[in-house]
Write a protein that binds this ligand. Structure first.
Ligand code: ADP
Ligand code: ASP
Ligand code: MG
Length: 408
């Protein structure tokens, strides 16, 4: 008998009626004689509510306790779904991380899966269980403490389970019909894609398209898990995330991602001499800051300005690192400017490897609308720009039109 992995996101399990609908979707796979591993998220809004409780109780909190608290939303959904399945006469039970176990690193609130033991779940399948309802997003560390995988991490739980059980399919049920050329909540005319390559999805996710957790795409690519993203509300084919050689058509640009979780930091009046960049980015890296884009201005009077971007959530730590490095005389600058009213917009496509003129087209389209580009970064299959946050949605729309993505 084949395993099927099905993951249901927060909106899909947002009410008891919706959980009922999910139980029916699962039951139809049971009727097809499949062993189903169903991964659930917390009911929509629940993880935010739990996070607020933590922050209101203790602004500088212990990450281990944070994980104990925020992971509970998934436990509730797992239990409720198991009950709904039992009501339909389906032998089902819930599983939380330590019962499987799903072992992770001890990086609380951002743990990585180290190992999943299939033995306990398989034993229950052998005894007649038809559906294992697994609480997503959570794991257990070697110290036997509860961990979580980072916001949106249930996707990663699902892909990891699909890889370990060699599942025939890994379906990610969500509140949109698949992966679109851009967030359909920003651009009305966004087009659903039939297929997208792992590499493209990896870029889109890491650049802000929250439809899939970045780590889930990484795992799917590494273990060759074919993913489908589809709606739990409409019975319709979704989007397949697959290897590049399984793509049926070639496109230059597949999608646009955007993110408001960005900050820009400029060090003004830095001495322009060899080793300065290393002196700045060394301490930042040691403090765990994910520096993303970097520009260095033309030197004047042997001094220059260096600008870089990082996630907004890391700004306070970045500032501390810069100040400490200056205090220890590792770097010297006149002052620094932090701007948190910025956003990042990125275009992504594997076709960029073999086509020229994409950057020109992107920058021209933004220029016609007078949108100023603050920082640029590129890789083989993406171009990202930083811009004023208030122009983010407009820029996404303009680029969607310029690259005629609605016609894909
Ligand atoms: P779930 O709770 O099911 O995990 P998420 O909210 O995490 O759902 O992800 C789905 C959301 O991702 C959609 O509602 C949509 O607004 C957003 N999204 C962003 N970019 C895209 C995209 N390119 N295609 C589809 N959805 C996208
Ligand atoms: N419930 C968690 C969150 O809201 C995990 C998930 O939904 O994937 O981030
Ligand atoms: Mg999600």
């Amino acid at each position: 008998m084949q395993y099927i992995v099905q993951k249901f996101g927060g909106t899909s399990v947002g009410t008891i009626e919706r959980i009922d609908n999910v139980a029916k979707i699962i039951n139809s796979e049971v009727n097809n004689s499949k062993k189903v591993i169903a991964i659930v998220s917390a009911m929509s809004g629940e993880t935010n509510r739990l996070e607020e409780l933590v922050k209101n109780t203790s602004p500088i909190y212990d990450g281990r306790e944070y994980d104990v608290i925020v992971s509970t939303g998934e436990n509730v959904t797992a239990g409720l779904l198991a009950l709904k399945l039992q009501n339909l006469g389906v032998p089902a039970r819930s599983w939380v991380s330590w019962q499987i176990p799903i072992t992770t690193t001890d990086m609380h609130s951002n743990a990585r899966i180290l190992d999943i033991d299939s033995k306990n779940i398989n034993k229950k399948f052998d005894e007649g269980m038809k559906v294992a309802v697994v609480a997503g997003f959570q794991g257990v560390s070697n110290e036997k403490r509860i961990t979580t995988l980072g916001r949106g991490g249930s996707d990663t739980s699902a892909v990891a389970l699909a890889a370990v059980f060699g599942a025939e399919r890994c379906d990610i049920f969500t509140d949109v019909e698949g992966i679109f050329t851009t967030d359909p909540r920003i651009v009305n005319g966004a087009k659903k894609l039939d297929r997208i390559a792992y590499e493209e999805m990896l870029e889109l996710s890491s650049l802000g398209a929250k439809v899939l957790h970045t780590r889930s795409v990484e795992l799917a690519m590494r273990y060759n898990v074919q993913l489908q993203v589809l709606s739990s509300f409409k019975e319709k084919k979704g989007t397949i995330v697959c290897r590049e050689d399984e793509m049926l058509e070639s496109r230059i640009i597949s999608g646009i991602a955007c993110s408001k979780d960005e900050a820009k930091i400029t060090l003004v009046g830095v001495r322009d001499k060899p080793g300065v960049a290393a002196a700045i980015f060394g301490p930042l890296s040691e403090s765990g800051i994910n520096v993303d884009m970097i520009i260095q201005n033309v030197s004047e009077n042997e001094t220059t300005d260096i600008t870089f971007s990082c996630p907004q959530s890391e700004v306070i730590r970045a500032e501390k690192a810069i100040k400490a490095a200056s205090g220890k005389k590792q770097i010297s600058y006149k002052n620094y400017i932090i701007d948190t009213h910025v956003a990042k917009v990125s275009i992504v496509g594997i076709g960029m490897r073999s086509h020229t003129g994409i950057a020109k087209k992107m920058f021209e389209a933004l220029a016609t609308e007078n949108i100023n580009i603050l920082v640029i970064s590129t890789s083989e299959i993406k171009i990202s720009i930083l811009l004023e946050q208030k122009y983010m949605e407009l820029a996404v729309q303009i680029l969607h039109d310029a690259f005629e993505l609605a016609k894909l």
